[in-house]
Design a protein around this ligand. Structure first.
Ligand code: HEC
Ligand code: HEC
Ligand code: HEC
Ligand code: HEC
Length: 239
């Protein structure tokens, strides 16, 4: 009995203080005559400039943190790529060559002459280290191994990279449980021409004994919205 009363009193008290707070939070509305050129308040809001506190100098910019993966993503290994690069180590030729940073079409190189990636906005040395051709680089000039190319790609394609870390893009090999092994971006995307090209679908799987294969499906052609309207589409604009 007693405790119930106490609880009720507490609730009432809480409500009343809240109401009071709300009331005081409402700005004093100009209920009667608004006074735009009102007389100055009793305490002058003005103070000499000299008394202003000089703001402290902003802290010197610190080096941004190096990206170290997503904490939510479980640890993983990446399938090595370096052993598939025919020209690796690049230093076989490049240690004897002076690097040439001028963007140009590479006529005399044993590599692709021009880049499709980035539609003219990228150049080789955005990704390849100038003074050690056996490595890739980040935009902050950090050395990146060819096997860790996903760190280079993720600087610009961070959404895909996050999906890749968390399992929404790319491909896992091996077990789904235990240690995860992922294909690196360059396993599927040519870094110099990365758009995935359309390809032939693989052959249909064999049919189980006793069953008949379905006849060829007549795929309708044309745009979905044209197909469904069976004729001319009346749009709002034409009405
Ligand atoms: C067989 C020799 C050879 C090998 C191996 C080689 N390159 Fe080159 N590379 C060249 C030549 C020659 C040029 C200059 C072409 C020109 O100036 O037109 C060149 C130019 C380049 C350039 C343009 C910038 C510059 O300094 O001229 C890049 C970037 C590059 N190579 C990257 C690589 C990478 C990465 C590898 C290893 C995966 C590699 N190369 C392996 C011969 C080679
Ligand atoms: C977007 C970043 C990027 C740019 C720009 C880029 N590369 Fe690469 N390049 C890579 C990556 C990543 C690899 C490793 C590929 C792999 O793992 O199979 C690579 C591999 C190579 C290789 C060895 C494999 C091959 O395809 O022969 C050569 C040579 C090369 N790059 C030269 C160049 C040259 C020359 C340019 C400029 C015309 C250039 N790259 C521009 C990222 C880049
Ligand atoms: C310095 C920034 C940069 C880096 C690093 C980079 N890319 Fe790109 N990438 C671009 C730009 C810019 C485009 C062109 C987007 C467009 O067409 O509007 C592009 C396009 C692409 C596309 C085609 C997407 C589309 O919408 O057409 C793919 C796939 C891709 N990149 C994969 C990669 C991979 C894989 C790597 C690592 C080897 C990589 N990128 C590294 C800037 C970058
Ligand atoms: C197992 C192969 C595979 C791996 C690994 C992979 N991708 Fe992709 N990626 C694809 C395919 C296939 C598509 C095309 C999907 C589509 O058209 O919807 C694609 C699409 C993309 C696109 C958009 C291109 C477009 O045309 O819309 C970008 C950007 C991209 N990938 C970047 C990356 C990056 C960055 C990584 C590494 C962190 C990566 N991918 C790893 C297969 C892969």
């Amino acid at each position: 009995m007693n405790t119930r009363w106490l609880a009720l009193v507490c609730v009432l008290f809480a409500v009343s203080t809240q109401a009071a707070e709300e009331a005081s939070a409402v700005p004093a509305a100009p209920a009667t005559a608004p006074a735009p050129a009102a007389a100055p308040a009793a305490t002058p809001a003005h103070r000499p400039l000299r008394q202003n506190v000089i703001p402290a100098a902003p802290a010197a910019p610190t080096d941004p943190e190096t990206f170290a993966g997503y904490v939510q993503a479980p640890p993983f290994k990446v399938v090595p790529q370096k052993d598939k690069i025919a020209l690796y180590p690049c230093s076989q030729c490049h240690k004897a060559m002076t690097p040439n940073p001028t963007p140009r079409k590479l006529e005399a190189a044993p590599h692709q002459a021009a880049l499709k990636h980035g539609k003219g906005r990228l150049w080789c040395l955005n990704c390849h280290l100038i003074d050690d051709r056996d490595f890739l680089r980040t935009v902050r000039d950090q050395k990146v191994d060819f096997d860790d190319a996903y760190l280079v790609c993720g600087q610009c394609h961070f959404n895909r990279q996050r999906d890749w870390y968390l399992g929404g893009h790319g491909k896992r090999v091996g077990n789904w449980q235990g240690e995860r092994t992922l294909y690196s971006c360059t396993h599927c995307h040519d870094p110099h021409d990365p758009i995935t090209k359309p390809r032939e679908p693989s052959k249909a799987p064999p049919v189980r004994a006793g069953l008949q294969r379905m006849g060829p499906v007549a795929h309708e052609s044309g745009k979905v919205w044209e197909r469904q309207s069976h004729g001319k589409v009346e749009t709002n604009n034409e009405r």
